[in-house]
Design a protein around this ligand. Structure first.
Ligand SMILES: Cc1cc2nc3c(=O)[nH]c(=O)nc-3n(C[C@H](O)[C@H](O)[C@H](O)COP(=O)(O)OP(=O)(O)OC[C@H]3O[C@@H](n4cnc5c(N)ncnc54)[C@H](O)[C@@H]3O)c2cc1C
Length: 453
């Protein structure tokens, strides 16, 4: 039981917390994993919390929305089904690729997104790396695409000569024709950043984080997670690609398809510094893929590296603060959850990485990641898929490899849209019950017409 909760009052009781939630104990919801909690929750008394905003999903997108709600002074309850974030939010490369967002729509979004990240990472005690990205060009076609993007946003990215590029990365060698230096790009630690932001949230007296709270139903402003009910003015569902059934039950429907992506972590090599990638990775991002010269670049890459283009083997090397490199990514192919990793794709990824670093590589970890794709978005232009299954509810799912960079900005937008919309009607507040679950159950039977117990 949490500090501050009284068992008598809490059995079947309605805990009303006007304008924000009461916090019951310091950092209570980010306690270390408790293996017996799921079993205990089966027998836990029912409890209800009222708040302004309920966020379902404790990945980085959910946490970003909860933090955005707090910036607006709203009380927030965050529900995560696992003991900690475990999905894409701990498996990405931590690379905030603002250069790839340079041309997307208005300029305000990427810049504001970057400012929010700098501020939040600092407050969370894990400052973002600011060394940018070096995108190496191996051909005239790659250079042309990079020059087109750099020319549009001179303050944010600049071209490096061949000499400058090889000075920064000597091993990249002879074949380099130049590079694009993304000055605005940031790096966060993929393994710790979501937990750090969650701790920041949980420290806030007007926020409450509940782990091991699997949401199985929501509607009419009530979110059900086992014995816990949350009544909220607005509900934001951020289940990533790992939702088990909740979305299928919502009118928003399940319109996305998923793919599996392979990633690696390499030992040692170097500490921090800029992220490194090459022209082939550019094709993954519309700002480059739609730039002048991109068609010619694609044609050349398809000719020279057919397997890499077919499987989306686009090496991005993101250094970790503690040493080592995250190497993303190769698509396992086909739709859905691939049950097995393809060694051939890891081999292609390692070969491409070796060509960049020019040294032997030691793989420390290999993992997969499920990613969502909207079949209607053939150019992969969308960063998020947003649905409004009912008034006051938004389902927000990340689609792109830029979604991490944009998550705080998207959260601002989601909150703005929700709060500007007319407020949904709140369900009536049930009376405070002080009876046990068993008696309440019997009372319910008695109240049914035509039945006796
Ligand atoms: C290969 C690859 C690399 C990437 N690298 C980058 C990068 O470097 N930079 C970048 O900007 N973006 C990157 N991304 C994108 C980014 O990592 C993801 O978009 C982001 O992490 C998604 O976070 P999320 O919170 O939506 O999902 P998740 O992290 O999957 O979180 C969803 C959470 O919801 C919980 N949940 C689901 N259903 C329920 C339920 N019913 N009840 C309670 N909880 C529930 C899950 O347990 C899970 O913890 C990358 C993506 C890929 C594919």
């Amino acid at each position: 039981m949490r500090r501050g909760e009284k068992s008598g009052l809490f059995v079947g009781a309605f805990l009303q917390v006007p304008r924000g939630v009461r916090r019951n104990g310091p950092l209570s919801a980010v306690a270390l994993p408790d293996p017996d909690a799921a079993q205990r929750s089966l027998h836990s008394p029912k409890r209800t919390i009222e708040t302004d905003v309920c966020v379902v999903g404790g990945g980085v997108v959910g946490v970003a929305h909860a933090l955005a709600a707090r910036r607006r002074g709203l009380g927030v309850v965050l529900l995560e089904q696992e003991a900690r974030a475990h999905g894409a939010s701990v498996r990405h490369s931590g690379h905030l690729f603002f250069t790839a967002l340079a041309g997307a729509g208005t300029d305000a979004g990427p810049l504001a997104a970057r400012e929010l990240w700098l501020e939040l990472a600092r407050r969370a005690g894990t400052p973002a790396g600011t060394d940018g990205t070096i995108i190496l060009a191996h051909s005239r076609e790659e250079l042309e695409v990079m020059q087109a993007v750099a020319g549009e946003h001179p303050g944010r990215a600049r071209m490096l000569t061949r000499r400058e590029a090889t000075t920064l990365l000597p091993a990249a060698g002879e074949r380099i024709t130049g590079a694009l230096f993304g000055l605005m790009d940031l790096l966060v630690d993929p393994r710790t950043i979501t937990a750090a932001l969650t701790r920041l949230l949980a420290k806030d007296a007007q926020a409450r984080v509940e782990f091991r709270a699997h949401v199985h139903a929501l509607g009419g402003g009530v979110v059900e997670a086992g014995p816990l009910s949350v009544r909220a003015g607005n509900v934001i569902v951020c289940p990533g690609a790992y939702d088990h059934g909740l979305l299928a039950a919502l009118p928003a429907g399940e319109e996305l398809v998923s793919e599996t992506v392979q990633m690696l972590r390499l030992a040692g090599l170097r500490r921090l510094g800029p992220a490194i990638t090459t022209g082939i990775a550019l094709l993954e991002h519309p700002v480059f893929a739609n730039a002048p010269g991109a068609e010619a670049l694609r044609a050349r890459l398809e000719l020279e590296h057919p397997a890499a283009v077919e499987h989306g083997v686009a090496p991005l090397l993101a250094p970790l603060a503690g040493g080592g490199l995250i190497v993303s990514q190769a698509r396992s192919g086909g739709r859905g959850r691939a049950p097995f990793r393809a060694e051939r794709l890891d081999a292609l990824l390692l070969e491409a990485t070796r060509a960049l670093l020019g040294c032997d590589l030691e793989v420390r970890e290999r993992w997969t990641l499920r990613v969502l794709r909207d079949p209607a978005d053939s150019g992969a232009e969308q960063d998020f898929h947003i649905r409004a299954p009912e008034s006051g509810v938004r389902v927000v799912r990340a689609l792109s490899q830029r979604a991490l960079a944009l998550c705080h900005w998207q959260a601002e937008k989601t909150l703005g849209e929700l709060l500007d919309a007319p407020a949904p009607a709140r369900p009536p507040v049930p009376p405070v019950l002080t009876v046990t679950d068993l008696r309440a159950h019997a009372d319910a039977f008695r109240s049914r017409p035509g039945r006796s117990v």
